[in-house]
Write a protein that binds this ligand. Sequence first.
Ligand code: IPD
Ligand code: CA
Ligand code: CA
Ligand code: CA
Length: 267
Amino acid sequence: QDVRTGAWELCDLAVSVAREAAGLVRARRAAGIGHVATKSTETDVVTSADRAAERLITDRIRQARPADRILGEESGTHAGDSPVTWVVDPIDGTVNYVYGLGHYGVSIAARVADVTVAGVVRDIDSGAEWRAVRGGGAWRDDRRLTGSEVTDLGVALVATGFGYQPDRRARQGAVVGGLLPHIRDIRRFGSAALDLCLAAEGLVDAFYETGLNMWDYAAGGIVAEEAGLRVTGLSGEPAGAGMVLAAPAALYGPLHDRLVELHARAA
Ligand code: IPD
Ligand code: CA
Ligand code: CA
Ligand code: CA
């Protein structure tokens, strides 16, 4: 049984598996969208490429480390008795994939004892790749990332996203409407994992979204944290389904407090 838990080694495996999965999705997309089915609502889609990529990722992890657990968006929990859990989103941004817009990614994180220790997000279309190891920094290729230097929320470009449930969306819309007058602008690119990497790189100044699952934010979250951003929920909660807020220190307080106020009003 393989219980080596070195974060660099886990990161290297995540990177090589993410590259292979990205290649599979690119090849599939070149041949067409594939079969599209709906999940929780008619706007929540899954394609044959999501499923095939997740199968490839889980197969490769299983081959390399048969004792590890895996949590994947499309296939759920795979049991194991090692302390390592892999958290997999085979395509984050499936709607972008379906429309052929680009900007969808493979996201793979490794967690040990409930702490994310390594993560990689790879933009399938562009080939851009972000990775991080706990304590080892966040990287895009060979460039170390340090987030945005913007200090004034009023000129901050903030990325966010919306879930697939209509009632949640209505609340998310109310919050974003209340936030807009207080920031430079909003970006809704369609992939939470990539949004977190853009925030790590300072290509947006901050990111927040409610209702995310761990596979959406585990890898992007460690990339943002290792770039020096604070990544939390609201009011002392850890990042989770309630909220994933990622912001550099100077923006964190004002954005956090504004979101608390807007969520109370939208409840
Ligand atoms: C979605 C994307 C989107 C976010 C949604 C997620 P999926 O993931 O990350 O940006 O707003 O909340 O569900 O379904 O494309 O893997
Ligand atoms: Ca999905
Ligand atoms: Ca996702
Ligand atoms: Ca997905």
